[in-house]
Ligand binder design. Structure first.
Ligand SMILES: Nc1ncnc2c1ncn2[C@@H]1O[C@H](COP(=O)(O)OP(=O)(O)O)[C@@H](O)[C@H]1O
Ligand SMILES: [Mg+2]
Length: 340
């Protein structure tokens, strides 16, 4: 099989993608003819010679790929190991569709909705899934408005936040991952500053009630028939699970299975499968939940259609916990891509 790994990318998660890709490259069965396409932050496509992706000079000796469609078409299957904008949002999936090549993971529509925190909520509201109360905020030139349930604009953000949930709240750019553009806001004075910061990543922003969260994650693998893993628990070091506590803090730990009841675990696993199906899921996903430590209530937070495969990433650990090792996981993902 000629397999194309696509790595790097134009999003804020270029480095994370390369950490994920390093593990996938290490584990992929070398019976395949594997080539690696690196996308630089400024969107130039290279075929790589150097197989150490995590170093700063990862593009050294690489040759530029000019005719991308023709190049892609020489492969049997593509594995876009890209996180975030232009990688996990349906754009690269659209290109792979146009090239007519099989690829690992979710299709255009599912990817696009899942990478948009606001539109994921709008869709899932119809299906009786508990989510943390939130407001949909839109950036308009230099100001911000609430988009209310009638899809009308309301400028009264401070009053609404105070009335609906009080502080602290989370402000999140809708299309980011790895906690980029995601801020905890302790008081009203900081709100507009954090909206501006989130607004530098995306025009669509979420304000969400902050909860005292236990963070729970589930791996889903399959197309029509899906495997749903045990629930894992993140034990973030620091105030919340920030970019640094995710990738740079060795004190952040994971626990499999999570320290929750069997009923809670069943609810979370069932809901993960349901969300995967609602999105017309293919391949893989990691569904993330919060349990409010004060009330015990469980909330769905987000679905990641290309979860991390870094050394400390939960997805491969949850799959390994089901008795499927890294090499077998990649084989399954390739088979799932070919059968869809
Ligand atoms: N409403 C919330 N209450 C408490 N913590 C939150 C909330 N929203 C986000 N967080 C914290 O911020 C982290 C990143 O937010 P998340 O919505 O998962 O975005 P990302 O796509 O960047 O992972 C979460 O893992 C959690 O630690
Ligand atoms: Mg998250």
């Amino acid at each position: 099989m000629r397999v194309l790994l696509i790595i790097g990318g134009q999003s804020t998660e270029n480095e994370v993608s390369r950490m994920s890709a390093q593990n996938i490259y290490k584990n992929i069965d070398k019976k395949h003819d594997v080539k690696v396409l690196g996308i630089s932050k400024d969107g130039i496509w290279y075929e790589l010679k150097n197989m150490i992706f995590t170093s700063d000079n990862w593009l050294e000796d690489a040759s530029i790929v000019k005719d991308t469609l023709t190049y892609i078409r020489t492969f049997d299957v593509a594995f876009p190991i890209l996180h975030g904008k232009f990688g996990e949002d349906g754009t690269i999936q659209g290109l792979l569709e146009l090239a007519g090549i099989s690829y690992v993971g979710m299709n255009v529509m599912s990817s696009s909705i899942a990478l948009n925190k606001v539109y994921t909520k709008i869709l899932l509201k119809n299906y009786n899934i508990n989510m943390v109360p939130s407001l949909y905020i839109k950036k308009k030139k230099d100001s911000f408005v609430i988009i209310n349930d009638d899809f009308e604009e309301d400028e009264n953000i401070l009053d609404n936040v105070k009335k609906k949930f009080g502080y602290p709240v989370f402000v999140k750019a809708s299309n980011q991952g790895s906690s980029v553009g995601c801020y905890k806001v302790e008081s009203e004075d900081e709100l507009y500053n954090k909206l501006k910061m989130a607004g530098s990543y995306d025009d669509i922003i979420l304000i969400e009630k902050a909860i005292n969260a236990k963070e729970l994650e589930v791996a889903v693998l399959g197309n029509e028939d899906v495997l749903v893993s045990n629930v894992g628990e993140i034990l973030p070091h620091g105030e919340f699970y920030t970019y640094d506590s995710k990738y740079n803090d060795k004190e952040s730990k994971v626990l499999i299975p999570a320290n929750i009841t069997d009923e809670e675990s069943e609810y979370i696993r069932k809901t993960s499968k349901k969300i995967f199906k609602i999105l017309d899921g293919h391949g893989l996903s990691r569904c993330d939940f919060f349990k409010d430590k004060d009330t015990g209530k469980i909330y769905f937070n987000e679905i990641n259609t290309m979860p991390g495969f870094t050394n400390i990433s939960m997805y491969p650990m949850l799959i390994e916990n089901m008795g499927i090792n890294g090499t077998e996981l990649i084989e399954r993902l390739i088979s799932l891509a070919l059968e869809k």
